[in-house]
Design a protein around this ligand. Structure first.
Ligand code: KMH
Ligand code: ZN
Length: 268
C-alpha cells in the first residue's frame, strides 16, 4: 500500500511554490497520485494564505472534495503543526475522515516539540473508536512502539479491528532513518499489529523505503517528508514520488495495492 503525504505543515508555499496548498491543487495532486498507484492520502490543509490550519469548514470541504474526485482512502492528520492546540487536534475527527493519524508520544521535532501527552493520546484514541475512524499509529521513536502496546492493552482494538502503524523516521529528535532502527521497531511491534508502513524524512527516504519493502512493510511518500528527488533536484509533483515508490515496489514483486485491497487491509 502506498500512502501519499502531499503537503505537511512544515514547508512554506514561498519556499516551495509547487507544494499543493489550495483545495484545487490538493485534488489535482490526489488524482495524479491515485493514477500513479497511491491508495491513501494523508492530508494537512492550509488557509487562504497557505498557512497550516485545522479550520473545520475547510477540513470538511477537503474530505468531501477528495471523496468526490478520487477513490483514495482519506486520512486527516491530527498532528497538525507543532503550534496547534490539542483541543483543535481532537476536533479534526468532526470532519469524519476514513482514517486519522495518531502519534504515540511527544517528540522533539527539529527545534520544536511535537506534543502528544499520554492523556491526549488516550482521548484521541477513544474518540476514534466512538466516531468509527480508523487510526494510523505514527511511530517516531521506539518508545512510541512500546506505548502502542500500552494503549491496545488498556483500550482494546481500533474501529475496524485492524492495527496499522507507520514508522516516521529521520525526524531530528526521533529515531534515525536507518535499516537497524526499522528492524528494532518492527521487532517491538505488538502482536495485534496487522500492517505497517514506513517513511524516511529527507535524505533517508530511499533507504527507509527499500528497508520497508524488504521487510514486508508498506510505503508512505510525499512532499510532507521529502522535497528533493536527488541532491539538488526538487520534487515538482508528488506523483513523481509515488511513481518512484511504485517502481521500487514492483521491482521487488510487490506492486502497488489497489484501493479496495487497502480498504480491507485497514478494516474499512
Ligand atoms: N506536522 C507534524 C508536527 C501527523 O500528521 O499526524 C506532525 C505530523 C504528524 O505531521
Ligand atoms: Zn502529517
Amino acid at each position: 500500500m502506498i500512502t501519499v503525504a502531499p503537503t505537511g505543515a512544515e514547508t512554506s508555499k514561498d519556499d516551495c511554490p509547487q507544494l499543493p496548498t489550495t483545495l484545487e491543487e490538493l485534488v489535482r495532486t490526489a488524482q495524479e497520485c491515485e493514477a500513479a498507484g497511491a491508495a491513501m492520502i494523508h492530508v494537512h490543509i492550509r488557509d487562504a494564505d497557505h498557512r497550516p490550519t485545522l479550520d473545520q469548514t475547510r477540513l470538511r470541504d477537503t474530505v468531501q472534495a477528495l471523496r468526490e474526485s478520487t477513490g483514495l482512502i482519506v486520512q486527516l492528520s491530527t498532528g497538525g503543526s507543532v503550534h496547534d492546540p490539542l483541543s483543535q487536534r481532537l476536533e479534526v475527527l468532526d470532519a469524519q475522515p476514513d482514517s486519522c493519524s495518531l502519534t504515540m508520544g511527544t517528540t522533539n521535532f527539529g527545534d520544536d516539540v511535537f506534543s502528544n501527552p499520554w492523556p491526549f493520546v488516550c482521548e484521541l484514541y477513544q474518540l476514534s473508536q466512538e466516531r468509527q475512524v480508523v487510526p494510523e499509529f505514527e511511530l517516531f521513536d521506539l518508545g512510541h512502539v512500546h506505548a502502542l502496546q500500552r494503549l491496545l492493552d488498556t483500550y482494546g482494538l481500533p474501529y475496524g479491528e485492524k492495527v496499522h502503524c507507520d514508522f516516521v523516521m529521520g525526524v531530528p529528535g526521533g529515531m534515525p532513518g536507518t535499516t537497524p532502527a526499522l528492524v528494532a521497531g518492527v521487532a517491538l511491534l505488538p502482536p495485534e499489529v496487522t500492517s505497517w508502513s514506513a517513511t524516511g524524512i529527507g535524505r533517508s527516504t530511499l533507504s527507509v523505503a527499500l528497508a520497508a519493502l524488504s521487510m514486508g512493510g508498506h510505503l508512505r511518500v510525499g512532499m510532507e517528508d521529502v522535497l528533493t528527488l536527488a541532491k539538488g533536484v526538487p520534487v515538482e509533483r508528488n506523483a513523481q514520488l509515488v511513481e518512484r515508490a511504485a517502481v521500487l515496489a514492483t521491482s521487488v514483486q510487490r506492486p502497488p495495492m489497489p484501493v479496495a485491497a487497502a480498504r480491507s487491509l485497514l478494516g474499512l
